[in-house]
Write a protein of this length. Structure first.
Length: 387
């Protein structure tokens, strides 16, 4: 079992939600951390139906527990009405719950009780480089994706296909998140092809043959089910005209590969460069969340096309992702231009496949990707120091 870095408490002092995409390992993690908890699995049809028929059963079962025993409920979004009972048990009995799920969308749409701040929120992502450790393979990650069951699998492509099919059938169709599954499936394909790129909803709408409002709702489904995320443009204190539209990233590069019908991705290809950028977004996202620094992530692009892939915090760190073994002067343009507009930027870094670190005459740090990840977790580059 991988040692996960999500900062869940060893002994919970208050109730919490643990959200994460399907198969990220939420159930495994909760079993490992809390072996003595009462566990209720709403994926089991008989369990689910029992609580749907009479949510008050939960209150009676908790009354029979030893004092302070934690209650773990998996897939809480399948029975949102239980949250009223949970709310009462927290308020009146001081009961503690660990509530996991793959999407809060159904809960929100049904105006269910999200406990009004009485439970903290954690997220569990797919595996990152630090969790995998010394056995980490960038090429394997970029082809198989971050899910624990997929990363080491020899038949990962078959598993990913089943994963996407299950997502469409169980997460989308059965939960009623959209009425037209074929249209949503086509939207997924178009969106995967545009992964890591600036989002133009009008173009996506034209390619999928639906209204822009439908495309906007479909993107929100991907965000709410934790399958993807927007990367906003960095627009603080603009000195030149910049792009304002966000980018969109899938949280699982293996899913992108399947949806976009990519074959095996090898170093040196254009697709490797895109997948490398997706991987770095994943690593930054997990670090921001798991370190509990929650720094802003954005990108910066001039109207003329010069850009920087990732801006951390309020321009403390600017990062370019280059999935190549040799960095040339043309790769430095975005970071050079960014410093002209934001001379206060503390660190400009190119994360790449070069074998050793070096610093250019203009002060740009060129780092092998493994050194960058190690430095990130060692907090070599302070972000939000004044926050």
């Amino acid at each position: 079992m991988y040692k996960r870095l999500a900062p869940l408490p060893q002994i919970p002092q208050r109730s919490f939600f643990l959200w994460g995409p399907r198969q990220t390992g939420k159930t495994t993690l909760l079993k490992h951390l809390y072996p003595d908890a009462l566990r209720i699995d709403l994926l089991k049809t008989d369990e689910l139906m029992r609580y749907l028929r009479a949510p008050s059963i939960l209150r009676e079962e908790v009354a029979a527990l030893p004092q302070d025993q934690l209650v773990v409920i998996d897939e809480i979004q399948k029975a949102p009405m239980l949250l009223d009972e949970i709310h009462w048990l927290i308020e009146e009995k001081g009961q503690k719950f660990a509530l996991s799920g793959s999407s809060a969308r159904k809960v929100k749409r049904g105006h269910a009780n999200l406990l009004g701040g009485r439970a903290v929120r954690y997220e569990l992502f797919g595996l990152n480089m630090r969790e995998i450790g010394k056995s980490f393979s960038l090429v394997r990650f970029i082809n198989n994706g971050p899910l624990p069951n997929h990363y080491n699998a020899d038949d990962a492509k078959l598993l990913i296909r089943s994963y996407v099919d299950d997502y469409l059938r169980e997460e989308i169709l059965e939960e009623g998140l959209t009425r037209n599954l074929p249209v949503f499936s086509d939207f997924l394909r178009v969106t995967a092809i545009g992964d890591t790129e600036i989002l133009n909803m009008s173009n996506v709408a034209r390619e999928t043959g639906v209204a822009v409002s439908t495309v906007r709702d479909h993107y929100q489904i991907l965000v709410d089910t934790l399958l993807g995320a927007f990367l906003p443009a960095f627009t603080n204190r603009p000195k030149r005209r910049t792009t304002q539209a966000p980018k969109f990233y899938f949280r699982d590069v293996g899913v992108v590969n399947h949806l976009a019908k990519r074959g095996q991705i090898e170093t040196g290809s254009e697709l490797f460069g895109k997948a490398f950028e997706n991987w770095l977004f994943h690593e930054l996202s997990t670090h921001s969340s798991y370190s509990e620094s929650f720094y802003d992530l954005s990108y910066w692009r001039l109207a003329g096309g010069v850009e920087v892939d990732f801006i951390l915090g309020d321009a403390e760190v600017a990062i370019e992702a280059k999935g190549k073994t040799r960095i040339t002067s043309s790769d430095l343009k975005g970071l050079v231009q960014f410093q002209k507009d934001f001379p206060e930027v503390k660190h400009r870094i190119i994360v790449c496949l070069e074998p050793r670190a070096r610093i250019t005459d203009s002060g740009i740090l060129i780092l092998p990707y493994a050194e960058f990840i190690e430095g990130l977790w060692q907090e070599k580059w302070k972000i939000n120091e004044d926050g």
